[in-house]
Each structure stands twice: as structure tokens, then as C-alpha cells.
Design a protein around this ligand. Structure first.
Ligand code: ASP
Ligand code: MG
Length: 406
């Protein structure tokens, strides 16, 4: 067997407790015995990151982002040390590093930093010595030595970026499910594992709510054409390959159905219908780094309109505050909010060449008496905002309507 360089990333659930860390160590040891070179990226144990965020919020509801990064980066530091110890116990030479130690240099946008470059010499040196290199996921360091994090789920990005930098032969993302499914199997037990999916579909699914991989990491994988294998750390089975192009036997129009309950809707009533008003409204949000998602402007009758948009729940309090201020400044009416919404989406590259997907989707929802509040489309997806209480029912209906069920 030829010697390969393999990057493996283990998510929080794969290292949630002592047994699972030992399980990962055994898996890594198995690869090492086949004389492969290994770089292992690890996330924080279980829900550590959420717990740290919760802890911070008890001290300060709007903590400094720099200090947040200082705090959250500790989660991954625990995992890498424990995994190294578990490997030592199995007689495997291994060494753990923080993001800063392996030269993952980022910009200074704390909590969502972008990787500028990776000075991977230290990793190369350690690999040459025959060691398994364990890297703390999700973190980097600025040119001025401040610790940064790469956005939630950022260990995926660490793994993909290292795969690119080191020209790895394989990049495996280990999680607690067997791969990417046609929808969340916890909602629809008839969901099927997908053998291969394109970067574009995965990107769309990730940004629309499929939580298996961080969207940014797939963007980077696509940009540098890094094939990714998403698989389970609890089974030997192959998972899902994420690649540039998938040759499908049959005409698959929709590849998956996603659900996102992490958004909230803000509506500004009676916005004066003049050029430049929308620009004013959204400038405040964007300059505060808030990502506005779906935007709908109602038809204006009396020279005023209602504008609705969605933001992530995490950014919602800040977005609401900024919107209220902006609404006042431009002489608009009330600002309403709705946190009980959900976004259901259908995704598939097949949509580029097939028509009628939207009609089919709306029809399925209508048959279940589910009201559509907002609609948005992309090249390869259609999303509807609906009331949260219908979310699961909508997913099941669409999953069966598009023929995805087992
Ligand atoms: N521990 C971080 C998070 O939960 C990073 C990761 O899991 O990839 O977001
Ligand atoms: Mg995590």
C-alpha cells in the first residue's frame, strides 16, 4: 500500500467522552499502522463550545469578541492534548498543537476570522519524524498574536485548509452520522445516505441548515478542489464524497431537503417608498457585520412599503436594535419581529435543467395547508419561510414529494 497523507477531522460528538476519545485514538492508530502520514484536527469535546458561550453570557451578555475567542479556543486545546495522550497510551508517537503553533494566520475579525496563510513547516517537520500531528480545530492567530476563531463549526475549515496547504491525498470529516442524508434522519427516518454530492449542493445545503459541515469550509474545498469524505467515527462504512461533479444514473432534480430553525424575521412597516431608503436601512446592519438573509419588499400602494428580512437568531437582538433605530431615522412605522419561523428548502443541481420545481414545492406545502410567508430562490435551491410549528411536517412532505424516501 502506498503511503498517503491523510487529514482527519473529528467533530465534537466523536470526542465527547473518554471512551470516544479512545475510539478515535484506535482509529488513528489503525491508519498509522498502515504507514500513512496523519494530521488529525479535533473539535472541542461534545457541547463544550456551547457551554463556554453560555458561561460567558452569565458574566456579560455582550462580551468582547476578542475575549470570546480567547475563551472558546480553550475547548479545542483540551481535546488535542487528550487525544495525544490516548495515542501515547497505544504506543503511537503523536504531538498536539494549537492553531497558532502550526502557523494558521488569520485576519483580526474575531469570532469569524478568515485564514490568510498557513506556515505549515512545523507540521511537515513532525510528520517527517513519523509523528501523528494533532491540531486544534477552529482557531488561528493574527499577525499581532491575538487568538482568533473561524466561526462555529470552524474545525472543518481547519481540516480543509490544511488538506489544501499540505496537498493531502485525503480529507476525512468524521461525525456521528454515516454521511450526508437526503434530509435530517431524526425528522424523516426514510432519509437516505447520499453517496456523492457536489460542492455546490453541499454548500447550499450547509448554508440552508444541514448541520453536517460548516459552509465556509466547503467554499474553500470547492475553490481549491479538495475532495472531502464525510463519514462516521463509529463505523467502518464509507460515507458521502463531496466532489466537483457527480454523474448520476437517473435524473435527480432535488438531492435534499433542509430545515433551518435558527432564523428570525424582522418586518419594518410603512417604509417611505423613495430611492435610497433600502440602502440606508441595510447599511447599518451590514456595517455591524450582520448577515441579512431573505429580503422581501411588498408592493407599494400608498408610496410606502413593508420590508421583511431574516437574520440568524444569534444576530437577532443586535439586528432588531439597529433596525429600530434606522426605522425611526427614515420615518418608517413599526418594527415587528417573529422568532417562530422556519426555513424549508429543496436543493439540487438538477434544477438548472428542470422546470416546475417551485410549483411542485408550493403545491406540496399547500396540500398540507402550510402557509408560505417568504420565498427565495437560487440557481440550485428554493426556500420557503413558514411557521415553525409546521417545520417537520413540511420536511416530510417535500422529502416524499420529490421522491427521496427509501
Ligand atoms: N467547537 C467549535 C464549535 O462547536 C468548532 C467546531 O466544532 O468545529 O463550533
Ligand atoms: Mg462543535
Amino acid at each position: 500500500m502506498s503511503r498517503k497523507l491523510i487529514i482527519q477531522k473529528y467533530g465534537g460528538s466523536s470526542v465527547a467522552n473518554v471512551e470516544r476519545i479512545q475510539n478515535v485514538a484506535k482509529r488513528v492508530a489503525g491508519y498509522k499502522k498502515n504507514s500513512h502520514n496523519l494530521v488529525v484536527v479535533v473539535s472541542a469535546l461534545g457541547d463544550t463550545t456551547d457551554e463556554l458561550i453560555e458561561l460567558a453570557s452569565k458574566i456579560n451578555t455582550e462580551p468582547s469578541e476578542r475575549e470570546m475567542d480567547m475563551l472558546l479556543s480553550t475547548g479545542e486545546q483540551i481535546s488535542v492534548a487528550l487525544l495525544a495522550m490516548a495515542l501515547h497510551k497505544l504506543g503511537i508517537e503523536a504531538i498536539s498543537f494549537t492553531g497558532a503553533q502550526v502557523g494558521i494566520v488569520t485576519d483580526s475579525s474575531h469570532t469569524r476570522a478568515r485564514i490568510i496563510k498557513i506556515n505549515a513547516d512545523r507540521i511537515r517537520d513532525e510528520l517527517k519524524k513519523g509523528r501523528v500531528v494533532i491540531v486544534a480545530g477552529f482557531q488561528g492567530v493574527t499577525l499581532t498574536q491575538d487568538i482568533t476563531t473561524l466561526g462555529r463549526g470552524g474545525s472543518d475549515l481547519t481540516a480543509v485548509a490544511l488538506a489544501k496547504e499540505l496537498k493531502a491525498d485525503e480529507c476525512e470529516i468524521y461525525t456521528d452520522v454515516e454521511g450526508i442524508y437526503t434530509t435530517d434522519p431524526r425528522i424523516e427516518p426514510k432519509a437516505k445516505k447520499i453517496d456523492a454530492i457536489t460542492y455546490d449542493e453541499m454548500l447550499e445545503m450547509a448554508s440552508l441548515g444541514a448541520q453536517v459541515m460548516q459552509a465556509r469550509s466547503i467554499e474553500v474545498a470547492k475553490k481549491f478542489d479538495v475532495p472531502i469524505h464525510v463519514r462516521s467515527s463509529f463505523s467502518p462504512n464509507c460515507g458521502t464524497m463531496i466532489i466537483k461533479e457527480v454523474k448520476r444514473m437517473e435524473d435527480v432534480v432535488v438531492s435534499g431537503v433542509t430545515l433551518n430553525k435558527n432564523e428570525a424575521k424582522i418586518t419594518i412597516c410603512n417604509v417611505p417608498d423613495r430611492p435610497g431608503i433600502a440602502a440606508k436601512l441595510f447599511k447599518g446592519l451590514s456595517s455591524s457585520g450582520i448577515n441579512v438573509d431573505m429580503i422581501v419588499q411588498n408592493v407599494s400602494h400608498l408610496r410606502s412599503t413593508d420590508i421583511s428580512f431574516t437574520v440568524s437568531k444569534a444576530e437577532f437582538p443586535k439586528a432588531l436594535r439597529i433596525t429600530r433605530k434606522a426605522a425611526k431615522a427614515i420615518g418608517a412605522g413599526d418594527v415587528l419581529d417573529d422568532q417562530d419561523i422556519a426555513r424549508v428548502s429543496v436543493v439540487g443541481v438538477g434544477m438548472k435543467t428542470h422546470s416546475g420545481v417551485a410549483a411542485k414545492m408550493f403545491d406540496a406545502l399547500a396540500k398540507d395547508k402550510i402557509n408560505i410567508e417568504m420565498i427565495s430562490t437560487s440557481d440550485i435551491s428554493i426556500s420557503c419561510i413558514i411557521q415553525k410549528k409546521f417545520a417537520e411536517a413540511a420536511v416530510k412532505t417535500l422529502h416524499s414529494k420529490f421522491g427521496l424516501a427509501k
